[in-house]
Design a protein around this ligand. Structure first.
Ligand code: C2E
Ligand code: MG
Ligand code: MG
Ligand code: MG
Length: 277
């Protein structure tokens, strides 16, 4: 109810309100202001074919260019945006910007598929599939150049509804990817049931796969499973040549990580695309 009093009024908080809640309300307010002031930007991280070393696609990662705080990472604000529902508005902006950028690269003669992270609230909007179609139409982007990264938590919430939406998105021609695999339910039933083309192994397993035999075994098992299900397997957070070598030996398809590049602003990424051509 405090939030609903509108702009400025959150100053009159009740003393019993804890500082954490106040901070979250202020952050929510700042996020909305930030979107109006065009302070959000997308950075792009290359996704590389392990065998050939060629650029395959990229992932759009959200950053908040705050006038005082500098570049703010999603871990600082995505949680609150999800809590307040602002992620739906912000997510629409992300989708539209990423599609627009992919269309610009296509028209510049350097096409590159773009992957967008989708949060549960966005995905469960009744008109979500129509929103995706609208963004593609608005920028005349072929659907094959858009990938959507979903997490398992999205799929378990209402599996029947999720399946229906994924089938509709697949019919549009959009590629579907399961992000952070291994950290959630990692249910084989889901992998079999849902029309997903790509599996992304969570960074936490990659980080220790060269030192921890258990994590190495988990990575190997995920890659084998992905291959058996004819899914493309992507390793996230590859930082070391040793991790790269092991992933290559295990038959992993692609990687993302600081070993190649962190996420960078659109201009340097465009430069990267022109060089790669
Ligand atoms: P994610 O989708 O799993 O993205 C991968 C994260 O790992 C990114 O963090 C990326 O910058 C980071 N990363 C990539 N390579 C390396 C590496 O070699 N080492 C290390 N240490 N990190 C690496 P980022 O950009 O801070 O994003 C964090 C999470 O925030 C994302 O995880 C995603 O869940 C969420 N997120 C980012 N952008 C969006 C968005 O536009 N919408 C939504 N809903 N969520 C987003
Ligand atoms: Mg992702
Ligand atoms: Mg991930
Ligand atoms: Mg993650």
């Amino acid at each position: 109810e405090v939030k609903e009093r509108g702009k400025g009024h959150y100053r009159f908080y009740r003393p019993e309100m804890n500082a954490n809640l106040l901070a979250r309300i202020q952050l929510d307010h700042a996020l909305r202001e930030g979107l109006r002031a065009q302070q959000f930007v997308l950075h792009y991280q290359p996704r590389i074919d392990l065998r050939s070393g060629q650029l395959r696609s990229c992932e759009a990662l959200l950053r908040w260019q705050h006038p005082e705080r500098g570049l703010v990472l999603p871990s600082e604000f995505i949680g609150v945006a999800e809590e307040t529902g602002f992620i739906v508005t912000l997510g629409d902006w992300v989708l539209d910007s990423a599609v627009q950028q992919a269309a610009a690269w296509l028209h510049a003669g350097t096409p590159c598929p773009v992957a967008v992270n989708v949060s549960a609230l966005q995905f469960h909007q009744t008109d979500w599939v129509a929103r995706v179609a609208r963004a593609l139409n608005a920028h005349a982007l072929p659907a094959e150049l858009l990938e959507l990264e979903l997490t398992e938590s999205i799929l378990i919430r209402d599996a029947d509804e999720a399946l229906e939406r994924l089938l509709a998105l697949r019919d549009l021609g959009v590629r579907l990817s399961l992000d952070d695999f291994g950290t959630g339910y990692s249910s084989l039933t889901y992998l079999k049931r849902f029309p997903l083309q790509q599996l992304k192994i969570d960074r936490c397993f990659i980080a220790t796969m060269h030192t921890d035999p258990v994590d190495a075994a988990i990575v190997a098992a995920i890659i084998q499973m992905g291959q058996a299900l004819q899914m493309e397997v992507v390793a996230e957070g590859v930082e070391l040549a040793e991790q790269h070598a092991r992933l290559l030996a295990l038959g992993c398809d692609q990687f993302q990580g600081f070993l190649c590049s962190p996420a960078v602003p659109p201009e340097p990424f465009g430069q990267f695309l022109r060089q790669a051509r």
